[in-house]
Design a protein around this ligand. Structure first.
Ligand code: SF4
Ligand code: SF4
Length: 557
């Protein structure tokens, strides 16, 4: 009887859609802005307020001590730290918080103010903040108060049309489509993480709207605000995603009302919050269900300032793996997830045979090739780069499974691209032995800018044709695939830029490295058979095959 593949069950399809969504979502370290909500008081009461202010039980103001702790927890964060509310200028100790902000974050360009009305604080705000998001929601008083500041940052004067927060996506879409939509949620892709004060304690959330839901239900499901919490990979926030996203309306893009109408749109899941606001605050609400909701598919969740939030490029990192230990695979993956870069980073891990099921639970696109190819990762790189391209990559970087990025790696490559306009971005490596001990060595070719390792290269989309080299490279040349690849870059005359920063940790198993340092050679050390490859490349067959497949003869360049 012929073998047949059973179709995946409904549960398996949902589980797969959830994994894909999590793999596409950004952790706070990849966001350009992190908010600190310092109060839930506001002089307005907009429809579908992103802070769910009318759904919260009590007023609260962050204490100055907590504000200082929140700022200290963000030490090293390179983006904008924005104070927001409610209206942050209604905090009774706003002036004191401004002083603390300047003490703890000396660079004014990192200090942001998100407000609808600064009241008497225009001069203090101008002195304290370097980034402004000003939206008076067409209120005359707000417009007047913001007039002295409006040239300093993002400013939107008209009415805003907020999509619904309380029309839960799980009430409106089937689970697979629900997760697909959550994976491309506007707020996660373009907006911010946040820190709030809940019951007197600080809590951190991967998403500012998730924080609003927790405040509205008094849950306390944020992470503790400890130094560096924002560096945590997305896995640390999976429980928040599971708790908050299915009950959230943002990915459903349900049409809401103009801010001044003060009407919240909700569905069954959030009926408790809607009913509470009606009972306590006489709020107007409108219920929708699968048969009655209307969407604003093409519109971001708010109409105002489409350039408001840093929307970084999409970077895909492709890792081929084979039989490396789970510990090394995790180190590699965690280093991708911990990149401190204002970009949308996705890790693609491609199993060359030997798939590890544990990776299905990681924040990665996991591709299983059914058999190994024995070409030093070229086939998995080819497959991974195709998947990156079809998913809209702006950049593709590569990282072998035994290596890892330092947190600033991708940011330094992007900066190199910004400064030079180059399309092939290259970094240098630090070398380590298999036990993780750093070795006192560098590679001369790398230092002379004539070689770049695969794990230290990133391509701009304008040169993605280079990815064809992974599949076209003759198998005999795969032990020196990085050298052949870089020869392809030079053949095409694509502009390269070296950051000259050592931002990749590289585990070396090359015998010559240990012999050169006078160190014991690891048992599984390898020797690159340069003579054999030279013999192949200078043979008639080698010249013919490499020119036919690659379009150039590697030894001619
Ligand atoms: S201005 Fe409107 S949207 Fe902003 S916090 Fe106040 S009520 Fe909410
Ligand atoms: S809580 Fe809502 S807004 Fe935040 S990421 Fe999840 S779906 Fe998007």
């Amino acid at each position: 009887m012929a073998d047949t593949l059973a179709p995946p069950t409904a549960d398996a399809r949902v589980a797969q859609a959830r994994r894909q969504a999590l793999a596409l979502m950004r952790p706070p370290s990849q966001m350009g802005i992190i908010c600190i909500d310092i109060t839930n008081k506001c002089d307005l009461g907009c429809s579908n307020c992103t802070r769910l202010l009318v759904n919260q039980d009590k007023f609260w103001d962050m204490t100055p001590e907590n504000f200082r702790t929140a700022l200290r927890s963000l030490e090293g964060y390179p983006g904008t730290i924005a104070v927001i509310g409610g209206n942050p200028c209604m905090h009774p100790k706003f002036a004191e918080l401004c002083r603390i902000f300047a003490e703890e974050v000396p660079d004014k360009r990192q200090r942001g103010l998100w407000t609808n009305n600064v009241f008497k604080h225009a001069d203090l705000a101008a002195e304290t903040f370097g980034v402004f998001n000003l939206n008076p929601h067409n209120s005359k008083r707000g417009v007047a108060s913001l007039a002295p500041l409006k040239e300093r940052g993002w400013y939107y004067e008209g009415h805003s049309d907020h999509s619904s927060l309380l029309a839960a996506i799980q009430d409106l879409y089937e689970p697979v489509e629900m997760w697909e939509r959550i994976g491309r949620c506007d707020i996660n892709q373009n907006w911010s993480a946040s820190i709030v004060q809940l019951g007197g304690d600080l809590k951190a959330y991967f998403c500012e709207v998730a924080a609003s839901f927790d405040l509205a239900r008094g849950g306390g499901h944020g992470l503790p605000v400890t130094p560096g919490w924002w560096r945590a990979p997305m896995e640390a926030f999976h429980a928040q995603v599971d708790r908050f996203c299915p009950g959230c309306g943002i990915p459903a893009k349900v049409k809401g009302h103009l801010d001044h109408e003060e009407i919240d749109t909700y569905s069954r899941t959030n009926a408790d919050l809607a009913e509470k606001s009606v009972a306590r605050k006489s709020r107007k609400v409108q219920e929708v269900d699968r048969t009655t909701f209307e969407t604003n598919e093409e519109k971001p969740v708010t109409l105002y300032s489409p350039n408001l939030y840093v929307k970084g490029p999409r970077i895909f990192v492709v890792t081929p793996y084979h039989t490396e230990s789970l510990e090394w695979l995790k180190r590699c993956h965690d280093s991708v997830m911990a990149q401190q870069v204002a970009a949308n980073v996705t890790h693609i891990m491609v199993a060359d045979g030997h798939a590890r099921p544990e990776i299905d639970g990681w924040n990665a696109i996991h591709i299983r090739l059914p058999k190994e190819h024995g070409d030093n990762g070229n086939t998995p790189r080819a497959v991974g780069s195709v998947v990156a391209q079809t998913n809209g990559a702006d950049y593709i970087a590569f990282l072998d499974a035994d290596n890892w990025f330092y947190p600033e790696h991708l940011a330094s490559l992007l900066e190199g691209q910004r400064q030079t306009g180059a399309s092939v971005l290259c970094a240098w490596r630090d070398f380590y032995d298999p036990a993780g001990q750093k070795l006192a060595m560098t590679e001369v070719d790398e230092d002379n800018l004539t070689h770049v390792d695969t794990s230290a290269i990133m391509l701009h989309s304008s040169v993605f044709d280079l990815n064809g080299l992974w599949s076209k490279m003759p198998r005999n040349l795969s032990p020196i695939c990085d050298r052949v690849f870089f020869t392809g870059v030079k053949h095409k005359r694509y502009m390269q830029c070296f950051t000259r920063q050592r931002t990749v940790g590289f585990t070396t198993l090359y015998r010559r490295h240990y012999e050169g340092l006078g160190l014991p050679v690891p048992a599984n050390a390898k020797t690159v058979m340069i003579d054999e490859m030279t013999a192949y490349l200078t043979s008639v067959e080698g010249v013919r095959e490499s020119v036919a497949r690659l379009g150039f003869w590697p030894m001619a360049i």
